[in-house]
Design a protein around this ligand. Structure first.
Ligand code: ATP
Length: 251
């Protein structure tokens, strides 16, 4: 079989003191502040992923389950390249569409039209390719009348609609989804959910995180169960879901 994603011995360390609230001001304040004993020893290091291994074949839909803080979102972020793992190796053989932080690549001062090109190039597509897809992106977003408006003046629902349309109309080879997103108003929510489901069931390689065991069961070919950053079990969807479910019930 054709391997699309290979995750080898991946670990991710966060420094709880710095990374979540990083600012230049705090950095300078901390530089001159005498350090407490445990900070000097680096006791604030926290491993969100520990020696994670798995492989994804072309066209496979892989689900990730686990409790709050298990490391699921962190894993999706390192696979999609949003964050670099502290240790280990990730090999990806295809273009990835990360539906994780929608609109994160937008420049708010640019118009919707300009952001389509900007976001397209961030996702790795050429100008010619975006030229071809431009009309489909705009029509799916239903933002035809706002193309020349700076995105700064968009509502958050409009930003999400534009980002979702760019990410999904380019037919990515790998789709990374943190819960099935419902973006925009009710009408667009139904449309975006249907689009995602058709991508998931339509031969795209998918990494899918969800707290809904039912949707994992119905969509995924195999499942990885994470707990405290480690893989507890992976493989057959039914077996892993049942074991995960049993562990939750017996808690
Ligand atoms: N940027 C960061 N800086 C510091 N700690 C972080 C950062 N991102 C995540 N963490 C920590 O890493 C751990 C794993 O978080 P993650 O969001 O990956 O869990 P999750 O399995 O997706 O949880 P949930 O189901 O609640 O969304 C958590 O303890 C979280 O606080």
């Amino acid at each position: 079989m054709d391997s699309m994603i290979k995750v080898e011995d991946v670990s991710m360390k966060f420094n709880l003191g710095i990374e979540k609230n990083f600012s230049l001001k705090l950095f300078f304040i901390n530089m001159f502040k005498p350090k407490k004993k445990d900070e000097k020893k680096g006791n604030k290091d926290f491993w969100a992923l520990k020696h994670v291994n798995f492989e994804v074949e072309r066209g496979e839909v892989v689900g990730f389950v686990g409790g709050n803080g298990a490391g699921k979102s962190t894993l999706l972020k390192v696979v999609s390249g949003v964050m670099k793992p502290t240790e280990g190796k990730i090999t990806v053989a295809g273009n990835i569409c990360p539906m994780i932080e929608l609109g994160a690549g937008f420049d708010m001062d640019l118009t919707a039209r300009e952001n389509i090109y900007l976001n397209g190039s961030i996702l790795g597509y050429s100008r010619e390719f975006i030229d071809q897809k431009f009309d489909e992106i705009v029509s799916f977003s239903e933002l035809q009348d706002f193309l020349e408006v700076p995105v700064r003046n968009f509502s958050s629902g409009m930003v999400a609609r534009l980002a979702f349309s760019i990410a999904t109309q380019v037919d990515p080879e790998i789709l990374i989804v943190d819960e099935i997103l419902s973006v925009g108003d009710l009408n667009f929510q139904q449309k975006s959910e249907a689009k995602m489901r058709s991508m998931i069931t339509g031969g795209t390689t998918v990494l899918y995180v969800s707290h809904s065991i039912d949707s994992i069961r119905s969509l995924c070919d195999k499942v990885v169960w994470l707990d405290h950053g480690k893989v507890v079990m992976s493989g057959n969807t039914e077996k892993v879901c049942q074991a995960y479910y049993d562990s939750q019930v017996s808690k």
